[in-house]
Design a binder for this molecule. Sequence first.
Ligand code: HEM
Length: 197
Amino acid sequence: DDLVSALVCADIDGEALSGRQLGAFFSLLLVAGVETTRNAIAHGLFLLDRNPEQRELLRSDFDRYIGGAVDEIVRHSTPIIQFRRTVTEECALGGRTFLPGEKVALIYASANRDETVFTHPDRFDITRSPNPHLGYGGGGPHHCLGAHLARLEMTALFRELIDRRPVMRDLGDPGLVDSNFDNRVGSLPFTFGPTFT
Ligand code: HEM
């Protein structure tokens, strides 16, 4: 009942996926699943380091706050900055008409700092509620396939890291890699504290 088996056994109107299509899908899962969570975790470490009161709140009751923390990390850092779409049907949105064939960019980073939706959008607040961010996309058939896995991975990792606060310290500014697609962290300097064994 795993995803790759479902793809291998898929039957789409009597047709299976070719080896090439399976390979391409597997590569998509790999890239979509690794870069995004890796960057979200690095941003999360930095945000918790620079907002010690939020980190202490999370430490005070991990199970209560981690869900909100993970969502707020994804909103604030927006690991995927934008996706592009091609309009297939004429439609009106925000006072504009979009015609078939036109290219549009869905700028999640902008939506996630929309001051008409989020109070103090630049503030990192793990208790933000509701938090209707678009970090995993705007819903519909292309909504992030790995959103649940991403939440699970980040929860597991922060559970381990948050209790070892003295281990990681002196986080410097992240070295961001120029990209208009993913908010990529190239480096995040830190030192191990004395309790590291
Ligand atoms: C914090 C982590 C992640 C973020 C921020 C993220 C973000 C996104 C975004 C913005 C989209 C586009 C949604 C749309 O076009 O409406 C997307 C699609 C996708 N994501 Fe993620 N993602 C994350 C983790 C993962 C993981 C762990 C996997 C799989 C292992 C994954 C697999 C995919 C796939 C396959 C798609 C394409 C879905 C489709 O077009 O049908 N993602 N993701």
